[in-house]
Structure formats: structure tokens, C-alpha cells
Design a protein around this ligand. Structure first.
Ligand code: NDP
Length: 498
């Protein structure tokens, strides 16, 4: 069986890859385990030096990769550069720089009373083994690439499955790691096939799962992982809110809302998906935003300067069109866009702004993974925070105000993993800052130091230099009774009084 890759902007065939037979998976994981046993013995600094060589081949093939990403996803090649290939290189360089410091960090633990008995403890971090990485279609290069880098630098092997919409990008990721000299064969392997078959079988076959995709699939993976108690890191959906206060730089905020909602055709987990405007500025703000949105150039991203490309496939496009119809039937007003772009053969949805929305409407509550922005007004800051938190997702949020302290103060009340004051979306591309959020947006964090922590196990080492038998060992004779009397005294010293 082959998987065919289609250009969603032109509907032309990009190419195909051979599906991985399910029966081959056991051998693939075995090869990964064998490679990992050798790899984990290499000191962290040396491993990091080997892996950072990936950046050489990325630099050589940057343009070719951006064109491929564009052909397979329908996004402009410049977006592929800024948010995918550049992001991948930046994260590789970042992890290279921090690997030894974070992973080889040995933390001595204060044991209190037990230190006096010549007992010591420390904490180190060990690679978990084989990490199963299951990727989404929207950032098919940057997301899995940085997850693979953080996993192997930490001493693990990886089995990676790209989304079936972006298999050629997956193949290129494999090629980059294959080209690294000194990387053991089998350390990074890519498999191809549907999520419900190959993806499902990957869960529990390794020692960790890093999954990026929809909340629905994330829940299925967690259920499956519970059978083997395999820990999961789940980067799931979002409905990121942008709250604009009256004192904000309104022009900059309008430009940010436009980019934040329509970059990558709105197929970003942290896209601005709910715009909350103070009622005093809502009218002129919406007028400017609609005007700015009408100026966007949509089309085949490989022909000229295009701002907004195509959506990934017909199914996703139809889901978004259906959500727009649903919003209309709930009373939303289409202020611009609102339909499939009739000028093109491919899967283009026009950038859409929905007015007349209230917080309880489906278009405000549910994730619409496309270029659709519902606008809601608020009367007070408290009301804005309350409405923003009244949502099942919690990935990112943004607050717009020239009073930065107030932005941070209000932002801390939002139930998201990240709040940005006067910024949207882009911290997603930062290797240095943690990524992930609570509620239905997932579990765990990728990126930053916390990303490393997802692919290591804390390992506690206890060393006892005491020469005598411990007082609490059997037999429970008179000396044990005496020791327990001392324990009573010590226990009373642990009471804290003001
Ligand atoms: P999906 O959940 O549909 O698919 C993601 C991956 O999971 C694909 O590789 C898919 O394979 C695979 N998969 C599907 N079913 C299973 C299963 N039962 N077991 C194991 N793997 C499975 O997500 P999308 O690709 O549609 O991505 C869009 C979603 O991802 C949005 O909700 C978005 O918000 C979220 N996302 C979250 C990010 C974050 O960092 N929080 C970042 C990017 C996206 P296949 O498609 O080949 O069948």
C-alpha cells in the first residue's frame, strides 16, 4: 500500500511513500531499543555535538525544504522558513547549548536527620528508552523535528510517525537524521500509515509518547497508553483568546489579530480563535480589522507573494465551512469571508471574521481549525477574564494593554499555559520557552528545559556510608525502643510555630 501526497493548493500529486506494514513495527522498535543501548552510553556533550550536525544539512537544503513543506501543506514558503525550518534549527542549537547543563545536572538532596547517619542522596536524569512521536499536519517539520532532537540528545531513540497528509516532509526529516555521521542506525526511524493502525500500535510499544494533534485523538492515545502505563505528553487543541483593553496600541493589535488568526490558514493550535474587545473600542477596531483582512492576498503559495494559502485537505476545509454555517445559524454575522474561495481549485477558505457573537455560541466555544475569528465584546476586565476562562481549552492567551503590569496581573488569572502581553502565537516557535497548556489542551510541556524533562526519568541514588547496622533493622529489641524514643523527640522538633 502507498500513501499519496497531494498539494492542497493545486490538487496535483506531490509523490507517494510506502506504508509501513503493521507486522514490521515490532522489529522497528527492537532496532530502536538496540540503538538506544549504545547511544545512551555516549556522554551527553558528545551526543549533543553529533546531533547538532543536523543544522548543517538543514542550512544546505533550506529552500528546497521550504518548497516541499509549502507543496504538501499549502502554506507560503516564507511561513515554512520562519516557523518551520528556522524554528527547527533554532531548537537544535538551543538544545545543543543546554543539553549538558540540564541533563547532567546532579542535585544533592538534603536528608535532614538522616544526613547525620552518614546517608546521602542525589538525583540525576536518565533517558527513558524509546520515544514514540506522533505528529500533526499543520507544522509537519518544526514540531516533530524539535521533539526528535530533544529526545535523542537526552539519550533516547525515536520512532516517528508523520500525519498521513505530510508523509514527504516526514521522509525528509528522516533523511536529515540519516545524513548525520555517527548517529547509530535505528536511533531515529520514521514509519508511515494511518493513526488508527500504525499510530495506535506505537502507543505502548515504546517508553514514552509525545503526541501533537487533536484533543479527541489525544484522549484515545491516553486510554491506550493506560494499558501499559506508558507516560504521555499530549500537545492538543486550543481556542486561544486575545483580549484587547481600551488603552492598547489598537493598530498594532489589529495587525496582530489578523496575523494571529490567519497565518497558516488558521491551522495553528495557538491561533487567535476568540477576539474579546472592550465595548468602547469594538466598533472602530472591527472596522479596521475587516479592512486589513480584505487586503490579504490568498492563492497558490508557490505563485507570487501570497499571505494566506490553502487548508490541508477537503475534509478539514468542509469541517470549517460547516462550522461557519453553524455560527450563522446561531446568529453570527459574517463580516468578511465566510466561504470557500471560488477562484481556486484547491482547498481555500476565505479569511473570515464573525461579528455578533456571544460567549456561549458554538463558534466561540469549540475549536475551529481554520481561518475563522469570532468577535465578542466585554464591558469590564473581570467580565473579559471570566468569559475567556469559560472554555474547555487552555493553551495560550494574549492581553493587549499599554499598562504592562496590569497585563501581567490580569494575565495570571487566565487558565492557559502561556499568556502573552501585547503578542500573539509566536512563542510557539521559541525553543527556549515551555509549550503546552492545561484543560483539554493537553498534558506536559515540550520546548525549553521542561521539554527535556518529558523524555527523561528522574533517578534517585542513595549512598550509605554508615558502618553500623541501622537502628530500625530487626530485631526490635531494647535499643530499637530507645531509638524510637529519640524519634519522638525529633518528631516534636518538626512542629512549626509562629
Ligand atoms: P489528529 O489528531 O487528527 O492527528 C494527529 C496525528 O495523530 C496524526 O499523525 C494522525 O495520523 C495520528 N492519529 C490519529 N488517530 C490516532 C490514534 N488513534 N492513535 C495514534 N495516532 C493517531 O490531529 P491533526 O493532524 O488534525 O492536527 C490538528 C490538531 O492538532 C488541532 O486540534 C490542533 O490544535 C492540534 N495541534 C496542537 C498543537 C500543540 O502544540 N498543542 C500543535 C499543532 C496542532 P493520520 O492523520 O496519519 O491518520
Amino acid at each position: 500500500m502507498v500513501i499519496t501526497s497531494i498539494n492542497p493548493a493545486t490538487l496535483e500529486k506531490n509523490g507517494e511513500v510506502q506504508e509501513t506494514p503493521l507486522e514490521a513495527l515490532a522489529g522497528i522498535f527492537k532496532a530502536a531499543r538496540d540503538a538506544q543501548r549504545l547511544w545512551r552510553e555516549i556522554p551527553t556533550a558528545k551526543r549533543a555535538r553529533i546531533v547538532v550536525a543536523a543544522n548543517e544539512s538543514l542550512a544546505d537544503r533550506m529552500e528546497e525544504l521550504c518548497l516541499l513543506i509549502s507543496r504538501e501543506t499549502g502554506k507560503p514558503p516564507l511561513e515554512a522558513l520562519s516557523s518551520e525550518v528556522y524554528g527547527a534549527m533554532d531548537s537544535t542549537f538551543y538544545y545543543y547549548n543546554i543539553a549538558e547543563k540540564v541533563l547532567d545536572h546532579k542535585e544533592d538532596i538534603d536528608l535532614g536527620f538522616y544526613n547525620s547517619l552518614d546517608k546521602t542522596s542525589f538525583l540525576i536524569y536518565k533517558p527513558v528508552g524509546v520515544v514514540s512521536i506522533i505528529g500533526p499536519y499543520n507544522y509537519p517539520f518544526a514540531i516533530p523535528f524539535s521533539q526528535i532532537v530533544q529526545s535523542i540528545m537526552a539519550g533516547n531513540a525515536v520512532v516517528f510517525k508523520p500525519s498521513s497528509d505530510v508523509v514527504l516532509v516526514g521522509k525528509e526529516i528522516q533523511a536529515v537524521f540519516d545524513a548525520i555521521p555517527s548517529l547509530p542506525r535505528g536511533l531515529v526511524q520514521t514509519v508511515y500509515g494511518s493513526g488508527s493502525v500504525i499510530g495506535d500500535a506505537m502507543v505502548g510499544a515504546g517508553n514514552r509518547v509525545i503526541f501533537t494533534g487533536s484533543t479527541e485523538t489525544g484522549k484515545a492515545i491516553m486510554r491506550k497508553a493506560s494499558e501499559t502505563l506508558t507516560p504521555v505528553c499530549l500537545e492538543l487543541g486550543g481556542k486561544s483568546e486575545m483580549i484587547v483593553l481600551p488603552d492598547a496600541n489598537l493598530h498594532r493589535a489589529a495587525l496582530a489579530a489578523r496575523w494571529g488568526c490567519f497565518t497558516n490558514s488558521g491551522q495553528v493550535c495557538s491561533s487567535v480563535k476568540r477576539l474579546y474587545l472592550h465595548e468602547s473600542i469594538a466598533g472602530p477596531f472591527v472596522a479596521e480589522l475587516v479592512e486589513l483582512t480584505r487586503q490579504l492576498k490568498q492563492g497558490n503559495p508557490l505563485e507570487g507573494n501570497v499571505d494566506v494559502g490553502a487548508m490541508i485537505n477537503e475534509f478539514q476545509m468542509n469541517k470549517v465551512l460547516k462550522a461557519i454555517e453553524g455560527a450563522k445559524s446561531e446568529g453570527a454575522e459574517v463580516l468578511c469571508g465566510g466561504r470557500r474561495n471560488p477562484s481556486f481549485k484547491g482547498y481555500f477558505v476565505e479569511p473570515t471574521i464573525l461579528g455578533n457573537c456571544t460567549n456561549g455560541m458554538g463558534c466561540v466555544q469549540r475549536e475551529i481549525f481554520g481561518p475563522v475569528l469570532p468577535v465578542i465584546t466585554f464591558k469590564s476586565e473581570d467580565e473579559a477574564i471570566e468569559m475567556a476562562n469559560d472554555n474547555q481549552f487552555g493553551l495560550t492567551s494574549s492581553i493587549w494593554t499599554e499598562d504592562h503590569e496590569k497585563g501581567v496581573r490580569l494575565g495570571k488569572r487566565l487558565e492557559t499555559g502561556t499568556v502573552m502581553v501585547n503578542e500573539v502565537v509566536y512563542t510557539f516557535a521559541l525553543a527556549q520557552t515551555p509549550w503546552g497548556g492545561p484543560k483539554h489542551s493537553g498534558i506536559g510541556r515540550t520546548h525549553g528545559k521542561l521539554g527535556f524533562m518529558e523524555v527523561v526519568d528522574p533517578f534517585h541514588v542513595h549512598v550509605d556510608k554508615y558502618k553500623e547496622p541501622d537502628g530500625w533493622w530487626m530485631p526490635y529489641d531494647a535499643s530499637f525502643v530507645e531509638l524510637m524514643e529519640n524519634f519522638k523527640i525529633i518528631a516534636k522538633s518538626l512542629i512549626v510555630r509562629d
